[in-house]
Design a protein around this ligand. Structure first.
Ligand code: 2AM
Ligand code: CA
Length: 261
């Protein structure tokens, strides 16, 4: 793809994610009575997730009809030009009225994430990164933190399809090193907060591409280290990923087989 092709998509993604996030935030404010279904154990979906994804798909298909789309709710398959969409990451927070959720978009060309956007419409924070060109919050450059380990804090993302052993091993290592932790409930937004230096690292257990693909690029572009998502396995296979400041990443490397290339 040419630089112009990528730039056109990156610019369009800003417009699309702001529109989608604004629509989702309207549902968030009026969420009482929203129909909710259970996808699995502690795994919910609402009409807001479906409508937000439908809006994103419609806009992307109109702008770039030959690109493929993979979305959490609507599915999809690997392709050479692929948009990866999480319409509402942190659905459980969204439905409880906890204002920590996001809309996440990433664009993959020839098996490499080229840009990523994560939008928190409640706080009007749009995190964006393009490969090789840095990471930004609302257009201003952001950097990962460089705190000493004993002031550090790592964000966890867990889902009930992941076995507990790796989670407990990560927790054991952090507690032994006096590193604090949070579980904020949106993997995509947790990774964005690491890119912005608010948290020092993030680990997500057996997670899907749409939850973390963009966040891994955001952290890399903000100066941190990130485990590769593209490791030879199919994109649709879940895996554990880890990213953040080098000493945090070193402390957790190897948990659930996480490797750095
Ligand atoms: P979601 O809100 O889009 O479902 C919670 O710590 C994180 O795990 C969120 O990013 C959440 O994404 C994700 N998550 C929740 N249930 C999940 C499941 N069954 N499989 C994979 N990811 C899940
Ligand atoms: Ca998600």
């Amino acid at each position: 793809m040419t630089d112009d092709d990528l730039r056109a998509r990156y610019e369009a993604a800003h417009v699309v994610i702001r529109e989608a996030g604004t629509a989702a935030a309207r549902c968030f404010r009026e969420r009482e009575g929203l129909a909710v279904e259970h996808k699995g154990l502690q795994d919910l979906v609402s009409v807001a997730d479906r409508e937000t994804e439908a809006l994103i798909r419609a806009r992307l298909a109109a702008f770039f009809p030959s690109d493929a789309i993979l979305g959490e709710e609507g599915g999809g398959a690997e392709a050479s030009r692929l948009w990866v969409v999480d319409p509402i990451d942190g659905t459980a927070n969204f439905l409880r009225g906890i204002p920590f959720w996001s809309v996440a978009l990433a664009f993959v060309a020839e098996g490499r994430t080229e840009f990523a956007l994560t939008f928190d419409p409640v706080h009007d924070e749009l995190f964006a990164a393009r490969r090789g060109r840095g990471a930004f919050r609302n257009g201003r450059p952001i950097r990962t933190a460089a705190r000493p380990l004993q002031l550090a804090c790592v964000g966890f993302s867990h889902n009930f399809k992941a076995p507990p052993e790796a989670y407990l091993e990560a927790m054991r290592r952090l507690l032994a090193a006096s590193v604090d932790h949070r579980r904020l409930g949106s993997a995509a937004l947790t990774f964005a907060h690491v890119a912005d230096g608010r948290l020092d690292g993030a680990i997500a257990f057996r997670t899907n591409a749409w939850d973390v693909l963009g966040g891994l690029l955001l952290i890399e572009e903000a100066g941190g280290r990130a485990s590769p998502f593209f490791d030879g396995r199919p994109l649709l296979e879940r895996r554990t990923v880890l990213a953040g400041a080098p000493d945090v990443v070193a402390l957790l490397a190897g948990v659930d087989g996480v490797r750095f290339s």
